[in-house]
Design a protein around this ligand. Structure first.
Ligand code: UDP
Length: 288
């Protein structure tokens, strides 16, 4: 990520091959940030981005490697139905009624207030509850302000559950995702959107913005829904709540996509191939 990029200044002392791994949305960086990065990135032997849209010319080889999820981790492993219900009930969520969830840090770029707007448009026609769950990041000074804005937007509706989660809430997030009817990820910018992969792995129908790495995970109307606006998102949310068979099919296709492309095994293979290629400079083909 940008924060450790300057470590490459030690390359001459330490030797070895150096790769800069960029996890963030790099479609339109602030000029000052890009200028800062350009002081360091050309010293690396290769650059890794999460999506082709982020690629730019740094004068060094570039590789696209999607992040991944670990299906055996607490965040993603199978849970007993009782565990899922218990977490929902602990938070006052009714497991017998539809649950729409967005799991995200409270950050403007995740547009949680936009999610509340979508919910309000849909709630007029279809019964559902909204869960906005997430913590803050220690490097994000705006988090608390965003949380307050979300609480204000949600005020007065007992069906909106704003959950501020402590760090290491993996099992709880797993249960919230599994207990949801539809998962949203209404980001305005997104590096990759691991929450989308986590939800699809649980075969959940996902509606997510077509930004950053999300289109690498969702094929519109096949393995989820890609949306562009509040109204569009509301339209599809209403549809998925009203057409559970269609919603289930999207989730099942999504799970297969994650199985084939976004698990840790594929990730490991990609990295091994990248490392190998660094020791075969100038070759067009490197085989594992
Ligand atoms: N997450 C978490 N606690 C939270 C909010 C999110 O553990 O309160 C996890 C979430 O399940 C996912 C990751 O943090 O694994 C967020 O990754 P993503 O790519 O979706 O977004 P980022 O936060 O990196 O922008």
């Amino acid at each position: 990520d940008p924060q450790p990029v300057a470590l490459v200044e030690r390359k001459a002392d330490l030797g070895g091959r150096w790769v800069w791994r960029c996890h963030i949305d790099f479609t339109t960086p602030l000029p000052a940030v890009e200028e800062f990065l350009r002081r360091y990135v050309p010293s690396y032997d290769a650059v890794v981005f999460s999506a082709p849209a982020f690629s730019r010319d740094f004068g060094v080889p570039q590789v696209q490697i999607s992040p991944s999820i670990d299906p055996l981790s607490d965040k993603n492993r199978e849970l007993e139905p009782g565990q899922v219900t218990a977490v929902l009930e602990n938070h006052g969520i009714d497991p017998a009624r539809p649950v729409v969830t967005q799991i995200s840090r409270f950050d403007y770029l995740k547009d949680p207030v936009g999610v509340v707007e979508v919910y309000r448009k849909v709630r007029r026609y279809v019964d559902c509850q909204l869960v906005l769950a997430g913590g803050g990041a220690t490097d994000d000074p705006e988090g608390m302000k965003v949380l307050e804005e979300v609480r204000a937007a949600a005020a007065g509706d007992p069906d909106i559950h704003v959950l501020f989660l402590p760090p290491a809430s993996d099992l709880e997030i797993n249960a919230l995702q599994r207990g949801s009817t539809v998962i949203m990820q209404k980001s305005l910018r997104e590096g990759f959107g691991l929450t989308v992969a986590e939800a699809l792995w649980k075969a959940k129908p996902v509606i997510a913005s077509a930004v950053g790495g999300i289109p690498l995970q969702i094929t519109h109307q096949y393995s989820g829904i890609l949306s562009y606006s509040i109204d569009g998102t509301a339209y599809y949310l209403k549809q998925l709540l009203q057409e559970p068979r269609y919603a289930r099919r999207l989730g099942e296709n999504g799970r297969e996509h994650i199985r084939n492309n976004i698990l840790i095994t594929r990730h490991l293979r990609d990295y091994l191939l990248l490392f190998l290629s660094l020791f075969h400079e100038g070759k067009d083909i490197v085989e594992l």
